[in-house]
Design a binder for this molecule. Structure first.
Ligand SMILES: *Cc1c(COP(=O)(O)O)cnc(C)c1O
Length: 342
């Protein structure tokens, strides 16, 4: 078997020749001294796209999320998020460690939070209760199978947060997938959120990096926190150049990944070993295996046929489409899905 087809995550992409070229030719300086013009270009490019005042380039989305949560809370505060949220499940317990805040978990439909879900969970001012200070949304929702928020849904949550005096942060690791899928503009996001975290290393295909967007005051504080966490990088323009290249060349093509995910979901829905498939809105396909099989058995069977994917629970499997999965590979995978016997 030649090269395996890798659906484990959209983080597995390798830089394209064009991206490597842009990286090699980047103008760099010491970014801790504020002297790297390529990092500065990336930060201002995204900030202006989202009508935010400022941006901060960080090594990972975990760092941008954790810094934002720290900026928007005080110790003993409480953060509201969905129980599937990356900030809660996959950031190593960082909210407790970095921000000394507690978390109130909600159960949204495919991870989507609404004012109706949030409002009853906002603590009233009482010394017994932690002070609710922040709501975190995720778009697209990773564990919701790449589900997108509509701008109306976001506006409704924003309005509640404004009335209640809460900050609103967006874990937008895959925000560009949501923008491409919905056709929504970037600018309203800057209006609705106090902080936005965007990953360049997911579907956009850059090797490293995330950008945090917010007000100038918030980003100034975030820059201090990035330094404390060891995330101040020197000639980081080589990496930022990959991010700029990704924004210029890899956004529109996300539509192709979404088509691919729909095609996979369609094929899986017909397979007799599949119980149910979540509708694929963006580049993530989540499906449950029928009860006589374990998800990990199916993952092993697919691996033998040259297809890599991960389980996300005992019965659930996730496939993620990306830049390094071609239409020919999708055809090949659909053929395997149709013929597979386990
Ligand atoms: C990948 C991801 C992040 C950030 O992950 P890093 O690996 O730290 O860059 C944050 N939120 C979501 C929803 C993600 O999928």
């Amino acid at each position: 078997m030649e090269q395996k087809i890798d659906f484990r995550s959209d983080t597995v992409t390798k830089p394209t020749a064009g991206m490597l070229d842009a990286m090699m030719n980047a103008k760099v300086g010491d970014d801790v001294y504020g002297e790297d013009e390529t990092v500065h270009s990336l930060e201002t490019k995204l900030a202006s796209m989202f009508h935010m005042e400022a941006g901060l380039f960080c090594p990972s989305g975990t760092m941008t999320n954790q810094i934002a949560i720290k900026c928007f809370t005080q110790p003993l505060d409480e953060v509201i998020c969905d129980q599937t949220a990356h900030v809660y499940r996959y950031e190593g317990g960082g909210i407790a460690y970095n921000s000394m805040a507690s978390v109130r978990l909600l159960y949204g439909e495919r991870g989507i939070l609404t004012p109706e879900l949030i409002e009853p969970e906002i603590n009233e001012d009482n010394i017994h209760y932690p002070k609710t200070s922040l709501v975190v949304l995720e778009n697209t929702v990773n564990k919701g199978g790449g589900k997108c928020y509509s701008l109306d849904q976001i506006e409704a949550v924003h309005n509640l947060c404004a009335i209640k005096g809460l900050k609103l942060h967006l874990d937008g690791a895959r925000l560009f997938n949501a923008l491409v899928a919905t056709g929504d503009k970037a600018a309203p996001y800057g209006h609705f959120f106090d902080g936005i975290s965007i990953c360049l290393s997911k579907g956009l295909g850059a090797p490293v990096g995330s950008v945090l967007l917010g007000s100038t005051a918030m980003i100034n504080q975030a820059r201090r926190l990035r330094k404390v966490l060891g995330g101040g990088m020197r000639q980081a323009g080589f990496l930022a150049a990959a991010g700029i290249y990704a924004l210029d060349h890899h956004v529109d093509r996300l539509a192709e990944d979404h088509q691919h995910a729909k095609a996979l979901a369609h094929a899986l829905a017909q397979a007799n070993y599949v119980e149910s498939v979540m509708p694929a809105e963006t580049n993530i396909v989540l499906f449950d295996v029928v009860s006589r099989y374990k998800a990990e058995e199916l993952v092993r069977a697919l691996d033998k046929k040259g297809i890599l994917c991960n389980t996300t629970s005992a019965k659930t499997i996730r496939l993620v489409t990306h830049l390094d999965v071609s239409s020919a590979m999708i055809d090949q995978t659909i053929e395997v899905i149709g013929k597979l016997e386990i």
